[in-house]
Design a protein around this ligand. Sequence first.
Ligand code: PMP
Length: 362
Amino acid sequence: MTSLSDLPIRADLRGREPYGAPQLGVPYALNTNENPYPPSDRLVKALGEAVMDVAGGLNRYPDRDAVALRDDLAAFLNTDTPGVGLTGRRVWAANGSNEIIQQILQAFGGHGRTALGFEPSYSMHPIITGVTGTRWVNAFRDEEFGLEPEAAVRAVREYRPDIVFLTSPNNPTGTALPLAAIEAVLDAAPGMVVVDEAYAEFRRAGTPSALTLLDGHPRLIVTRTMSKAFAMAGTRLGYLAADPAVIDALLLVRLPYHLSAVTQAVARTALAHGAELLGSVEALRRERDEIVGWLRGEGFRVADSDANFVLFGTFPDRRKVWQGMLDRGVLIREVGPPEWLRVSVGTPDEMDAFRTALKESQ
Ligand code: PMP
């Protein structure tokens, strides 16, 4: 039997573990921040018809530049954050925002280059950084998982990174960054600044999007996804907004025809039904605020959340609590600082199951 260590893989990949959030068949999957509401029958039908429409042309390659889809994504962003005035030329799309992040690293990172993040944060940022041969350096968020502009600037001045990752709302903590912190990093950073806004649609009233900073900041990239609020995780569609020159840079590294005709058609159909899909956001926000209140009432520490998940603790043995909940059919996530656990916000029934299982698992 050949094992991985017998193969001549790159030295810097030896000993690494693949990304591995458990995919288990459980009654209550609250571990990967998906939207719990499946598409309506009406949307399922529309998606089926959209696939039928492109199926007859699948002998041909898809639109390599996904022009129509990028126009639709820009139109959505203009409604999400009025006044940004985006066009398809300033939007780029790929297979999930993970692929977007990979393309950014391929274009702006690589050997001899450095990317900086503020932990605890999204685990794929350092993983994709490493896989592209880029050096990863860490700075840290404060006790409340926030980031003071001065602390962020200090880290940027120390490491002089080619790419800075800011995640807002942050995964796994849920905390959003004030624009002042993002602006301070933009002023101090010598390279690109990526604001990962995978959860932006769930932000609380008054929490701004970094999209408002795009004008006048050609080195800012704001990434988004249809996996969360749009309830389309299975479609694999992530995107970004940036200066057109940034998109020209990404064209150098993207694979030709990276977005299949099926993906483009499904994503456009979902966007055309955006009002229905985003309809669940309000309910999920309410459910989130309720679970935050309940957890605090039970005496837990809970990070403020602008996302569709909540980080709570603290547990001297979080593995035991996580396992106890799994034994009761509720899968949550062991992630972030060692004494904390993260739960994705589900339907009211799912959150009832979560509350019951948590009470029984301590
Ligand atoms: N960014 C953050 C902060 C995330 O939490 C996730 C998904 N967990 C992603 C990006 C990637 O999402 P996707 O590839 O599904 O767009």
